[in-house]
Design a protein. Structure first.
Length: 166
């Protein structure tokens, strides 16, 4: 068994760590490792998709502002663009939330699988608390949603300003 010494200072009492290996057979262990890896890759994928959704949405808003700028005066196009901006913002926020639920489910799977691995893996995973991870995830979600709302607001205001200029 692997032993690990841990302590904060030289004056602290040093505790010994005994690693308890997994009780799984080799095939089950390999299968669980594969599932664990798939879940971590899914989380990475959904995070990338979330940021891509925010970026693509902001680019769409920029494109709508550009279209409104070149639209002929008095056309109804500006009204359609403003309405489309609001719909796109709502859809983007919905998609961001769907990705967040996907991540939540993958984290739950990882937490369950971690209980089946060695005590060393559980010790390493406990270095970051679940509540800290949730705080980070939801802070980023709020930031992403805020960016979409801010982008939509700027887009609608810009389109409205262009309508009033003519």
């Amino acid at each position: 068994m692997a032993k690990k010494k841990k302590g904060h200072d030289a004056d602290d009492e040093v505790a010994e760590f005994e690693n308890e290996p997994s009780s799984l057979d080799d095939l089950s262990h390999a299968e669980l490792c594969m599932l664990y890896k798939e879940s971590t890759e899914s989380i990475r994928f959904t995070k990338t998709q979330q940021w891509g959704t925010v970026g693509a949405t902001l680019l769409l808003f920029g494109g709508m502002i550009t279209i409104a700028h070149f639209a002929p005066p008095g056309s109804r196009l500006e009204g359609y663009l403003s309405g489309s901006t609001i719909v796109i913002a709502c859809v983007a926020i919905f998609v961001l939330i769907i990705y967040q639920f996907w991540q939540y489910n993958e984290v739950r799977k990882i937490t369950y699988m971690a209980k089946q691995f060695s005590s060393l893996l559980r010790e390493v995973r406990s270095l970051k608390s679940a509540s800290e991870g949730n705080f980070h995830r939801y802070t980023f979600l709020i930031f992403m949603i805020s960016m979409v709302i801010l982008g939509a607001s700027v887009s609608v205001a810009s389109i409205d300003k262009m309508i009033r200029q003519f």
